[in-house]
Design a protein around this ligand. Sequence first.
Ligand SMILES: [Zn+2]
Length: 325
Amino acid sequence: MLAIEALQPGLVKQFAAIIAADRLGQAYVFNGLSGTGKGALAQWIALRLFCQNVQAGHPCGECAECQRILSHNHPDVVVLATDARSLKVDDVRELKSELSKSGVEGQTRVFVIEQAEKMTPGAANSLLKFYEEPVSGAVIILTTTAKNQLLPTILSRAQIINFPTPPRAQIKAQLEADGVSARLAAVVAQLTADVADAQSLTADESFQERITRVLKLAEQLANRDATAFVAVQANLLPVAKALPEQTQLLALLALVYEDALNRHFQVAAPAAFAAEPVVAQLAAQSAAALSASLSAILQAQVQLRQNVTFQSDTEQLVLKLLAIA
Ligand SMILES: [Zn+2]
């Protein structure tokens, strides 16, 4: 399965039906937050249109045509993307010359402009001709995180598709489709609802180290091991020098206790650490103890934002957690 089919199943289904009915429009604006799969859906549409082995409305991802699209080597699928701050007339020129090539009538062609809000007014204006005289068989897709920054003349001529922020279960499914382990995907999906953030976390080895150390601390706490206090300076501080990492450590610890509380009450909620033995061990504590622990962690999170140093904040937290019975 292609990752976008896990991430945005509703939109994929919608476009599968549109294409099956031969009703694909000529101009779309894909609007949504970063990481919601706008570019991936545009690519999926190209795959679906060119795949030689469509199965139940889905492109195979493996045939020669699919491979050419996936490796960005398909002559009839043109993607314009830039890391620069703006897309200028010159950038759009190549696309326009492709567009105006007098191909076979009705020849399928897909043009994608990513981050279209970067287009200068000149670049956007130079595209308008296509919107006024669409080329049969050609579809142009603009992706944007800010549709209101596009020219009204472009917006009014395109179908606007708003991309929903996917629920966590779908973020997890997408991460797994990208090759992330189920264990890591579960943690990341509980920590952030932003797909782009989630993807960068999975690639961050220091993040995985922080998970390991938080689980170790939780184990010491579950065992009422007083060395947990020393572990704050010895084990946590070295992997959490700046506020974002420190905030993340406390958030991870909160997830461990949330999972334990859910398991205690046998609630079937999505879990970050379902398979970790320490969660089962903590779940044996009383509901009152687990709730008190969670509110202590919450309080530590608030104090960290109020500029209490991470070390003293977390050491106090550990003392409280050890004392809760
Ligand atoms: Zn194929």
